[in-house]
Ligand binder design. Structure first.
Ligand code: B1M
Length: 238
């Protein structure tokens, strides 16, 4: 892709061309241009969610294809990831300020051996926007660190992310450890990440697979409603 064109006036582009330009700028890792373009789209009345999905996530999908095909390499993809994060930082407070009532608490982290955090961060942003209290424990999280965070923060939900076929199996290690400690049923366990699917989530004993951040919100809301319902039933029974 071409280098940044310093003379290009992003504000002069119509929405469709601007979004295509953002895909190129993300590909080229041009954080400043991404920040400018995100602000332009917001100024034109785009919702933060549309900017996120149509401009940023779609741009990252294109980066992923060329990474897979050996056209882009780690340093370039890191730059693209940084540009994506710069755009996400503008959207984060906007997505969080929906005024949604408190929904529950989630501890989330990317599993051991895996440093991909964009998807996890996106889930965090969308869940916060839906009223969830989120404790993000970062990347490369070992089972002991998940356990420590669960004990410290006492969440309703444990969320795990994995982007590599080599690291997704670690989710089962965490779930098995929860079972061994007799605390598996204290939490709703949600898993997500590009290489996962429903069957995998079921096979490792998670409560649900979340295809993307909005699905994560929907599932979390549904399962929290079920959990609150059963807790209410227990308290009237007792
Ligand atoms: Co990596 N990488 N990477 N990488 N990287 C992938 C994942 C890969 C598919 C690229 C490819 O070959 N096409 C491939 C994995 C192949 C495989 O295992 N099948 C790969 C590889 C091989 C690697 C390295 C091994 C490369 C190397 O070193 N040779 C290395 C591994 C490092 C490690 O973790 N140990 C590596 C490194 C990197 C970078 C550091 C350069 C960078 C990460 C930067 C960062 O995250 N800070 C990077 C990137 C950016 C990618 C791609 C291009 C993009 C990932 C991304 O951010 N997507 C990726 C290609 C791809 O996925 N198509 C790739 C955008 C994001 C919004 O989507 O993360 O899927 P995603 O999240 C979604 C859903 O999955 C879901 O919701 C999110 C939002 O909608 N979700 C959850 C995710 N987590 C969830 C948790 C939940 C719920 C939903 O909990 C409740």
């Amino acid at each position: 892709m071409a280098d940044s064109d310093d003379d290009l006036d992003l504000a002069a582009l119509d929405d469709e061309v601007l979004v295509e330009q953002m895909h190129d700028d993300l590909y080229d890792g041009l954080s400043d241009d991404i920040v400018e373009a995100v602000n332009i789209l917001l100024g034109r009345g785009w919702t933060p969610y549309d900017v996120l999905t149509k401009a940023l996530v779609e741009g990252m999908r294109i980066v992923g294809i060329d990474f897979r095909d050996g056209v882009l390499f780690v340093p370039e993809v890191l730059l693209a990831a940084n540009a994506m994060k710069a755009g996400m930082e503008i959207l984060r407070p906007l997505l969080a300020e929906t005024g949604a009532p408190p929904m529950g608490k989630m501890v989330i982290g990317t599993v051991k051996g895996d440093i991909h955090d964009i998807g996890k961060n996106l889930v965090t942003m969308m869940m916060e926007g839906a009223g969830f209290d989120i404790v993000d424990i970062g990347v490369n999280v070992a089972v002991e660190d998940y356990l420590a965070a669960l004990e410290e923060h006492n969440p309703d939900i444990l969320g795990m992310s994995a982007l590599l076929t080599t690291t997704m199996a670690y989710m089962q290690v965490v779930i098995e450890t929860l079972k061994e400690r007799g605390i598996r049923n204290d939490y709703i366990v949600l898993v997500g990440g590009a290489p996962l699917n429903e069957d995998f989530a079921q096979s490792i004993g998670a409560d649900a697979y979340c295809r993307d951040a909005s699905v994560a919100v929907e599932i979390a809301q549904e399962l929290m409603a079920g959990r609150q319902g059963s807790m209410a039933a227990q308290s009237t029974d007792g």
